[in-house]
Design a protein around this ligand. Structure first.
Ligand code: LMR
Length: 397
């Protein structure tokens, strides 16, 4: 019956994680998948999260959540993404649901758009997270790219990007990452975001923001700037967010999808269709993670503790970026590696090619993904020498 089923070559990001875990060399560094490791090389349990977890009443029955998730969790998502005083939140124009991480938000959002905007096609940055193609294309959306990364300058091809956005048909869908662009680490400046927002509003397109790393760029509020700006300008749009990284709750699948509408009546209609989309996909979201997140965000003391922990993680990433730049500069003084400190978030596009990435992994136990993307959040003082030494070897002219 199943003879014709081809074997699965594995996911390019997730299978590397597997290979890394099986690698028994004593000195190795996992800089492939987007995981934040602490200075001790461990995936942390945040103190705020641990305390929230301890306060959970374990005698409460494990009932099904509603299709859209728990109301408190949904309100707290909207407040984190938009800010509690945002005009769209106050006017009840935002329909928010719990999704299975940021990936779940992409899937539910894509299914919703495919159903209600069947003729709309999707534009996405070149390059983008590999799995965007699987999730969004898999939902049936026809996908195109717009220019983004410029290898010559290690920056954005901003003029070309703007020219492409200027050509979009009305109701086109544009996927954007408000902060910490995956895979490049290169974000538009505030001035560039303002110009991007203007053209998106003028072209009457549907922005779909994928915000998986809120707080890892410049701050929890700063990273959401363009989302809040466009929602305040009256844009109808979608925002996916995730607590996987910023609460270190990867496996709990705690994310959200918010659809910003023009009126609260529209938001009611949209919420109903999001519920229906969830029901068709997986019926309802998991309970435990949302209780933990609500425990953190709903308690002023724990929320402040969490914000401080996010700041700490962000600062450590910046420090490791600077340390890697210095380490490489010391070994290869003529090489321009300034981009390590100008890029933002967990990822850095190193410009390394497939052969260099293979050598790093096979000869030195340093794992990057094949596009040359490095997860700088996996660096620590414990593996920095190994990484700088081996990178210098493969980068020397
Ligand atoms: C990544 O890009 O490494 C993360 O978003 C994790 C994943 O699922 O790919």
């Amino acid at each position: 019956m199943f003879k014709h089923i081809p074997s699965y070559p594995g996911d390019p990001i997730l299978s590397l994680m597997h290979t890394f875990m099986k690698d028994d060399r004593p000195h190795k560094a996992n800089l492939s998948i987007g995981l934040y490791y602490d200075e001790a090389g461990k995936i942390p349990v945040l103190k705020s999260v641990e305390l929230a977890q301890q306060r959970i009443d374990e005698s409460v029955p494990h009932v099904y959540l509603p299709m859209e998730g728990d109301n408190t969790y949904r309100r707290l998502i909207a407040e984190t993404v938009f800010g509690a005083d945002h005009v769209a939140v106050k006017e009840q124009r935002v329909a928010t649901i719990h999704t299975l991480g940021g990936s779940g938000a992409l899937k539910v959002g894509a299914d919703f758009l495919k159903t209600y905007f069947p003729d709309s096609e999707l534009w996405i940055s070149d390059p983008t997270w590999e799995n965007h193609y699987n999730i969004l294309g898999g939902a049936g959306l026809v996908m195109h790219t717009f220019p983004y990364y410029d290898p010559a300058t290690n920056g954005i091809r901003f003029d070309e990007m703007m020219a492409a956005l200027e050509q979009l048909p009305a109701r086109a869908i544009v996927l954007l990452q408000p902060c910490c662009h995956n895979p490049t680490g290169i974000d538009p400046t505030r001035e560039q975001w303002t110009a991007i927002a203007d053209v998106l509003l003028r072209r009457n397109v549907i922005p779909f923001f994928d915000m998986a790393y809120q707080g890892f760029g410049d701050g929890l509020d700063e990273d959401a700037w363009v989302v809040r700006h466009m929602a305040a300008q009256g844009a109808a749009m979608l925002v996916g967010n995730s607590f996987s990284k910023n609460m270190s709750l990867y496996g709990e699948r705690v994310g959200g999808l918010s659809v910003v509408c023009n009126t609260s009546a529209e938001a009611g209609q949209v919420l109903g269709q999001l519920q229906a989309t969830v029901r068709k996909n997986y019926s309802s979201p998991p309970l435990f993670g949302s209780r933990v997140v609500s425990g953190v965000l709903g308690d002023p003391e724990l929320r402040a503790m969490w914000a401080a922990e996010v700041t700490q993680m962000r600062k450590r990433i910046h420090e490791m970026r600077a340390a890697l730049r210095s380490g490489l500069k010391a070994r290869l003084p003529d090489l321009d590696v300034e981009y390590f400190v100008t890029q933002r978030g967990m990822f850095s596009y190193t410009g390394l090619g497939q052969a260099q990435v293979d050598t790093l992994r096979d000869e030195y136990g340093v794992y990057l993904i094949k596009s040359g993307r490095m997860c700088v959040a996996g660096l620590s003082h414990g593996n920095l020498e190994l990484v700088a030494d081996s990178m210098a070897k493969v980068m020397q002219p």
